[in-house]
Write a protein that binds this ligand. Structure first.
Ligand code: SF4
Ligand code: SF4
Ligand code: FES
Length: 353
């Protein structure tokens, strides 16, 4: 028999292994969270997602609490709201704030702490603490870390370990000095870091941010496209500001082939798009000189040249070479063009060597 759980009075079936937060999200009950990230093992570190489970004396972390047959769960009531507001007061007391008293927005991949403070409010005002978490001198060009904005949820460390599998960063020090560091507090360039930026993507406060886009707001409507650095076909969201690419993010986990992940090139190396020497229109050779032209003229010229070679020397005098930077579909079309349109099997792709 399918196991069922009651969430906020609604009886719902669940798959064994699903957490209360998974089932509640499926129902559309938004449970606030900070350290939860679907690609990582739950740790229940931030305590933001606590819910009431009938029969349990204490509130329980919904991100880590596995759904049980017959369990009765409440995701929102006065007791839970009081807990969340008090927790937010504690986070805010030990956090970099802006002029409005809200957690600073560094423009990173989203600041859920700021959103929760705005949506839920805070509890009793607590004496602000001066952040004593030490920073490291890090000249790496891509990943900025602000210890004063960190809530020590450990999501960045878990991503680096469980997904990127390089364990470049770790929780260091103890008590209120606990922060994110590397072995011997070296810069990321001297660590095993691959500059994938995944720690930025999972950070719920913007404490980890793209250095080149520090303080630049995210584009609310980024453009979805395919990364052209290799043939994997990762989907990327391009954020544009003042006509230039300001940052690149991945679509959310579970939605595209790259499952929320990107490599250093896809996330940080899109500057070439604005290089002054980049070709921005097709070119054809006229009297030995390359001159810009339209796509119609360029395609007609190429077709005429290829057909001329075929007529004079036969189809096997032609060869078609495509690139691993093209998508699978583009590579398919290239071999189709060679075989079906020109009648030769002389087609190759650089990844085949
Ligand atoms: S950029 Fe990637 S490899 Fe480097 S610390 Fe962050 S998650 Fe780890
Ligand atoms: S840097 Fe971000 S992800 Fe890492 S522990 Fe701090 S708040 Fe969490
Ligand atoms: S999201 Fe559940 S404890 Fe952090």
């Amino acid at each position: 028999m399918t196991p069922k759980i009651t969430i906020d009075g609604q009886i719902v079936p669940f798959e064994p292994g699903e957490t209360v937060l998974d089932v509640a999200s499926r129902l559309g009950h938004a449970i606030p969270s900070l350290c939860h990230e679907p690609r990582l093992k739950p740790t229940g570190a931030c305590r933001m997602c606590l819910v009431e489970v009938q029969g349990q004396r204490r509130l329980q972390p919904s991100c880590a609490w596995k759904a049980e047959d017959g369990a009765v769960v409440t995701t929102r009531n006065d007791r839970i709201d009081t807990h969340r507001r008090t927790l937010l007061s504690m986070y805010v007391a030990d956090h970099a704030l802006d002029a409005d008293g809200l957690p600073v927005d560094q423009g990173g991949t989203g600041n859920r702490l700021r959103t929760h403070v705005k949506d839920l409010g805070t509890g009793p005002a607590l004496e602000p603490l001066t952040a004593v978490r030490r920073d490291r001198d890090d000249s790496n060009p891509y990943v900025h870390f602000d210890p004063a904005s960190c809530v020590v949820c450990g999501a960045c460390v878990r991503y680096c370990d469980e997904v990127e599998a390089v364990s470049a960063i770790s929780l260091i020090d103890r008590g209120r000095r606990t922060t994110i560091g590397t072995a011997d507090q070296q810069g990321l360039l001297d660590s095993s870091c691959e500059l994938c930026g995944g720690c930025i993507a999972v950070c719920p406060t913007g404490a980890m941010t793209e250095k080149p886009a520090l303080g630049v707001p995210r584009d609310p409507e980024p453009t979805r496209t395919t990364c052209n650095f290799c043939g994997v076909g990762c989907q990327v969201d391009i954020h544009v500001r003042d006509g230039r690419i300001s940052r690149v993010t991945s679509p959310p986990p579970g939605t595209t082939v790259n499952d929320g992940n990107l490599c250093v090139k896809g996330r940080f190396a899109m500057e070439f798009v604005h290089h002054p020497e980049r070709l921005t229109s097709p070119m054809i050779r006229v009297d030995g000189e390359l001159v810009p032209t339209t796509w119609d003229v360029a395609l007609q010229t190429a077709a005429r040249g290829l057909l001329g070679v075929k007529q004079r020397h036969g189809a096997d005098a032609l060869g078609f070479v495509s690139s691993s930077r093209c998508t699978g579909e583009e590579n398919y079309l290239m071999q189709k063009l060679a075989r079906a349109a020109f009648g030769t099997n002389n087609c190759h792709q650089c990844a085949a060597t």
